[in-house]
Structure formats: structure tokens, C-alpha cells
Write a protein that binds this ligand. Structure first.
Ligand code: 8IG
Length: 277
């Protein structure tokens, strides 16, 4: 059992992959499911998808799994669920994301992704709530992530690990998503450190750099997923227009509300995508 006040990932001698394997073993034991085929991290607004993709056969507390920590935020559920899809696929739904802005380091941020890989998942679906730079994206619009710009100046990889990120956000998986919903737009995701939202000038910078979506989570996780050899699908729910793109200041309440309003629709969308993988 993990200790209450320390995280094994924080030990100087820790091997993050060995700890991810221990976490995967915990999940197998606690869910009774030896191997999961796909994994989903459900960000702000995406929580409903868990109820729609299949039958939940086990729900476990993230704090019972080695290396996981309590979520820092309301609206982020600290559970892991094993879900059986109608086609027999086993999905691991991760409702416990550690954000880079929590300041616990990037190992903790990507631990859930490495755990999913160690649990057997070969597909990683990363979802988030994010700000939109394209001004025709209304709050509540889901968009596919086509690529990212990592503005954290950090990496989950340690040492001389030169991982290729061409086609990081799988074209094959994006094609499947487009087939299910031809109206889905795509965009380049810019990960900022947060937790403050951007200034309008920073949003203009991101736009100039080629970004369309601003967020605080997914790029670092996607890199770790690619390192682990997983195929990655990234989706953002635009919960607000980025600072300066919309006329009014940003608020966390607005973000939560947009997520709630879109929940059923994007949950259904994700459920349909997952059955086609
Ligand atoms: I929800 O406007 C959500 N997350 N960086 N900027 C950044 N992250 C976000 C935003 C946003 N909205």
C-alpha cells in the first residue's frame, strides 16, 4: 500500500517505470482485470464519458494505487475505473490527473500514462478542458488535437532519450474520429505551465507560433505515451475562448459550467469513438 504522506516517485533513487509497473499490479489486483487494452484520461467536462462507453466493473480510489496522489481540484475525480465495452475491449478510465502546475515534478504528471502502458494499454486517449484561440469556437466545442507546442520547457523524458514525435497525435485515430463526427475541427495544442491563465499577449504569441488551443496538461502526457509506444488520441473541450479572444475575463466557474453543458454530447462522441478503435 502507498504511504499517506510520501510518494515513491519523489525518491531520488526511484525508477519511474518500475513504480508504474507496481501501480499497474495494484490496478490488476484491485479491479480483478489483468490487462487493459485502452486508457482514457478524462479532463474537465469529459467525466460523463465514463458512464457511456460501457459497463463499469470496478471503481478504485487513485490513492490506493502506487504513486498516485489526491487530485488538487474539485471537478477532478480521484478514481480509476475499469470499463468493459460491448465489443469486449477493456478500458481503464483515469479520473485522477496530476497537473504540472501542482509543482510535484513531471514524473508525477506522467505517472498515470506510464501506469496505463504498464497495465497493457496500447491506445491512450487524452482529453482536457482548454481555451480556444479560433474565435468561431464557441464554449462547449470539442476539437481534436493535431499536434502540440510544449511551452513548459520541461520533458517527462530523462537522459538521452531521443523520442520521435512526428505524428504524435495519431492520424489513424483522428481519421476514425472524423468519420464519426465530420464536423470535428482540429487544432495545435499549446501547453502552458499555468495555473494562471495566459495574458492576451501570450495568447497572441501562441497564435503567432501556430497554436489554436491553450491548456495546462496534455503535451507532457502525450510525450510520455509516445515514449511508452502507445497510439495517442488527444481531444480538447473548448470551455472558454482564450484571454483577449473573448471580451470578458476568464473564470474557473465559466469553465466548469461550459463543461457541464457539453458533458452529455461529448461523452456520447467519445463513447462512439472508443467503440471504433
Ligand atoms: I478549461 O484559457 C482551460 N484551461 N492555459 N488557458 C489555459 N488553460 C486552460 C484554459 C485557458 N481554459
Amino acid at each position: 500500500m502507498p504511504e499517506t504522506h510520501t510518494n515513491p516517485l519523489d525518491a531520488a533513487t526511484a525508477d519511474p517505470f518500475e513504480i508504474a509497473q507496481r501501480a499497474a499490479d495494484d490496478i490488476a489486483r484491485l479491479t480483478g482485470v489483468e490487462k487493459h487494452d485502452i486508457a482514457l484520461t478524462l479532463g474537465s467536462g469529459w467525466g460523463r464519458a465514463a458512464d457511456l462507453i460501457g459497463e463499469t466493473t470496478a471503481t478504485i480510489s487513485a490513492t490506493d494505487v502506487t504513486g498516485f496522489s489526491k487530485p488538487a481540484l474539485d471537478g477532478h475525480v480521484g478514481t480509476l475505473r475499469s470499463i468493459l465495452l460491448e465489443n469486449g475491449t477493456r478500458a481503464l478510465v483515469i479520473g485522477a490527473r496530476t497537473h504540472y502546475y501542482e509543482g510535484h515534478g513531471v514524473r508525477r504528471v506522467v505517472h498515470s500514462v506510464r501506469t496505463a502502458a504498464a497495465a497493457g494499454a496500447t491506445t491512450m486517449i487524452l482529453t482536457n478542458g482548454a481555451g480556444g484561440i479560433k474565435d468561431h469556437w464557441m464554449p462547449g466545442t470539442p476539437v481534436l488535437i493535431s499536434d502540440h507546442i510544449n511551452l513548459t520547457s520541461d520533458s517527462p523524458l530523462e537522459g538521452a532519450t531521443f523520442v520521435d514525435l512526428t505524428d504524435l497525435y495519431s492520424q489513424r485515430l483522428r481519421d476514425i474520429a472524423h468519420r464519426i463526427d465530420p464536423s470535428l475541427d482540429e487544432g495545435v495544442y499549446c501547453q502552458f505551465r499555468g495555473p494562471h491563465y495566459e495574458t492576451p499577449a501570450e495568447v497572441q504569441m501562441a497564435k503567432t507560433l501556430g497554436g489554436h488551443i491553450v491548456g495546462m496538461s496534455t503535451a507532457l502526457e502525450a510525450i510520455a505515451a509516445r515514449q511508452a509506444g502507445m497510439e495517442v488520441l488527444g481531444m480538447s473541450l473548448i470551455t472558454n475562448l482564450a484571454a483577449g479572444i473573448q471580451a470578458t475575463p476568464l473564470s474557473h466557474e465559466e469553465v466548469i459550467e461550459a463543461g457541464r453543458a457539453a458533458e452529455a454530447e461529448i461523452g456520447n462522441l467519445l463513447a462512439r469513438i472508443v467503440t471504433e478503435l
